[in-house]
Unconditional design. Structure first.
Lengths: 196, 196
DNA sequence: TTTATTGTACCGACCGGTCGGTATTATACC
DNA sequence: GGTATAATACCGACCGGTCGGTACAATAAA
């Protein structure tokens, strides 16, 4: 049990507040009231607001990594590129989950410095894994398209209706798959076994 | 003279605070202190915090639209698509300008509702103009790639070093140009004259 | 009893905003 | 010209209220 029920409820409440009212309204009292847990209970579980913010990013990263591993297993038979996995991860975040990521905005707003670990995780994955695969120019474009799409959703910018968005993610994935199949038909073993 | 020197100084200070310390630290006292204008002076120019936030988005939109018009004039000989213009606009925001856009985060954090006009502007431009041009699937991918790249820069996610980023923007632009040249070689007049 | 957890009253710092006042300049009247 | 009037731009002390955080008594679990 990595986190208690109480902690989860508090984090849920915090996310909900950010979504509904903006990061500026994320106050300890508001979190306590919304979760129907007393302020004392909140402070017991998260001694400072910083601890709460850290836990919020933590849960977000955890959620993303769980998805990624699940999708990695699901796609394994196709011998997928890291880019394909990443696109699948982002597209798997339906509206609700995508908007939950907006909790990051609360962290950026309150304590930009706490973003550092997340920044590193994200960028490392990109540079070390995706860029090192075949055809970095195309991969970069596909990655940023998926990333941009995700951010648009996160800020609920209604560029695209759900069906169209799904279609775009599908397009991105099939383009990535095409690159992957085309780029390295001979050394499948490298991608599978390589663990850098 | 659309805005006074004082107002500009106050908006500069507000942007700087958001960049350095996060939206939560954007307080009236902080803006006054940083701009070395008294709190009274600040309130004289922006009667409420909301007015300050509105002016912040206003200046951002203004800046973007000025760039767009300038770039539209510059590219006019090439008979550019809206997508090309949009990519050029985003790529013209060098690091400093891109990070200044992060002032939007302050608005989202403090008063998400004030984003509405900006949201509409952005999405209208996309759906009405870019999507209506030839080959919407490719345009969508190119647009979101540019958008994602911009957002990454805004949040100073160091995915790419400056040279690489420039290269990606150049790639996006040449792809957009290829689509544009290929898509409508016969009816240039339509794109030029059509004013919907 | 000990320990873990919760509820609540409270504190001082800080927040957005008000208000009485000042400095400067332009205009009006004599 | 000299002086009263007024508009503009700005100043900074202050107010009511909110914030993150503390103190501590009450309760539950062992």
């Amino acid at each position: 049990m990595p986190r208690s029920i109480t902690k989860e409820a508090l984090l849920d409440a915090a996310e909900a507040i950010v979504l509904e009212s903006g990061a500026a309204h994320l106050t300890l009292d508001a979190v306590a009231e919304r979760s129907r847990i007393s302020k004392g209970g909140l402070i017991y579980n998260f001694p400072t607001k910083e601890a709460l913010l850290v836990a919020m990013i933590g849960r977000l990263i955890e959620n993303l990594e769980n998805r990624r591993e699940r999708i990695r297993r699901e796609l394994a038979p196709q011998n997928p590129s890291e880019l394909m996995i990443e696109i699948k991860v982002l597209s798997s975040l339906v509206e609700t989950d995508a908007r939950r990521s907006a909790a990051i905005l609360a962290v950026i707003a309150n304590r930009p410095d706490l973003m550092e670990p997340f920044r590193e995780t994200l960028c490392d994955r990109f540079t070390k894994r995706i860029l090192s695969e075949g055809h970095p120019e195309r991969s970069t474009i596909l990655f940023f398209a998926a990333f941009g799409l995700h951010f648009a959703e996160m800020l609920s910018l209604p560029f695209l209706d759900p069906e169209r968005r799904k279609k775009v993610y599908a397009d991105l994935l099939s383009l990535a798959r095409a690159d992957n199949d085309l780029g390295s038909p001979a050394h499948e073993a490298d991608l599978q076994g390589g663990q850098t």
